[in-house]
Design a protein around this ligand. Structure first.
Ligand code: 1CP
Length: 355
């Protein structure tokens, strides 16, 4: 009896929220769940706010609207976490790049491909420029239900720099890879500038009320090993270490999408509390090679979520089973696809939570 009371007290000490308990290393019979891109175009209520907001950046920088679209999927589905509505490219925007979102084409900016372009970046006033984002975080921290955790985020330096060099999205990021190889010192200075800005940006989100942060390295998988270690792993290790100095109790989730066999060494070296797994990585293999102190997050196929049906519930069940007994957060292997039926998201949650 007494032991149960002690356990209950321990569980309530900062970990009353299932998502934070998982990130602190506790396994649960039914894991917590949230989805990357859980706010967005698949929700009609998002499309309505988005149309009224004007530009996408206006939406990101208007705290009232950004908080509203963050809360929409929480109201509709009751996820265990809300992820701040923002974008990874607000950091280059704050550094003085002319980031714009072109309807139907995605984000664009003038490419940076030489030393003067790197030196021109305004590394000083990043957190001043991003004050509306922190105001959004403060509003969310005040508005969320007591059992829902608030996740802040940023892009990893490699992924953000890849967009900055390319000037837009890409499948291969050829220009970024070429530049990093042709002028590694200049590219290294770009990575350093973005790394420092990212520490400041994540730290400000935490100060404003974010309880965990995720670092999205969506394009980690295009680099060969040596460059992955230099441009993905080392900067994220530095971000995690610097954040730990300032906010020792706030967990970091790293998502080095597509790094395959490099996942186990990455997580040991980076020292993150949570590891985001992409759809392709086998869970049995991860289970055998990643220490069980790390909270695993993932990795249901977003295309299966798009399709729905009994195969979706079966796959969720398999995912939960494969990681049972370990700290686990159910998520997708990448973001929700815009044509997804919201009813399929409800099916996924029902499958996680059971009868
Ligand atoms: O038209 C619209 O409404 C804009 C679509 C959109 C949305 C909803 C963009 C443009 N960004 C976002 C929000 C967003 N982006 C969130 C919000 C919170 C949530 O998850 O609910 C997050 C976490 C991101 C992160 C992000 N932006 C990533 C990393 C995750 C991933 O998907 O790999 C990346 C790569 C971006 C860049 C970006 N921003 C927007 C688009 C369409 C893209 C991808 C562009 C491309 O590569 O072509």
């Amino acid at each position: 009896m007494e032991l149960r009371l002690v356990n209950k007290t321990a569980a309530n000490e900062g970990h009353a929220k299932p998502l934070l308990a998982a990130l602190a290393g506790q396994a649960a019979r039914r894991p917590p769940v949230w989805l990357m891109r859980q706010a967005g175009r698949y929700l009609p209520e998002y499309r309505e706010v988005r149309a009224a907001a004007g530009s996408f950046l206006d939406l990101c920088y208007t705290p009232e609207l950004a908080a509203e679209v963050t809360l929409q999927p929480i109201r509709r589905f009751g996820f265990d976490a809300a992820i701040l509505f923002s974008d990874i490219l607000v950091v280059p925007d704050a550094l003085g790049c002319d980031v714009r979102y072109v309807e139907g084409e995605g984000p664009q900016m003038t490419p940076i491909r030489d030393a003067p372009g790197v030196e021109r970046l305004a590394s000083g006033g990043v957190t001043e420029h991003l004050q509306p984002v922190y105001e959004t975080v403060r509003r969310l921290a005040a508005a969320l239900p007591a059992d829902v955790a608030l996740i802040g985020f940023a892009g990893a330096p490699w992924t953000v720099c890849a967009y900055m060099v390319e000037g837009h999205g890409s499948r291969e990021f050829q220009e970024a890879r070429r530049f990093a190889r042709a002028a590694p010192d200049v590219f290294g200075r770009l990575i350093d500038t973005v790394t420092q800005a990212t520490v400041a940006h994540l730290s400000a989100q935490i100060t404003a009320g974010a309880e965990a942060v995720q670092i999205f390295d969506s394009w980690a998988g295009v680099l060969p090993e040596s460059e992955f270690l230099r441009w993905c792993q080392a900067p994220v290790r530095r971000i995690v270490a610097e954040l730990r100095q300032i906010h020792p109790r706030v967990p970091v989730i790293a998502f080095p999408r597509g790094c395959g066999a490099l996942y186990p060494d990455y997580v040991r070296d980076v020292g993150c509390a949570g590891l985001g797994l992409d759809t392709a990585v086998p869970l049995r293999w991860i289970r055998a090679h990643v220490p069980d102190t790390v909270c695993l997050q993932g990795n249901v196929d977003p295309v299966l979520l798009l399709q729905g049906g009994p195969a979706l519930a079966a796959e969720v069940e398999r995912t939960v089973e494969a990681l049972s007994g370990r700290p686990h957060i159910v998520n997708l292997g990448h973001g929700v696809l815009p044509p997804t039926d919201p009813a399929h998201v409800q099916m996924l949650i029902d499958a996680v939570r059971g009868p």
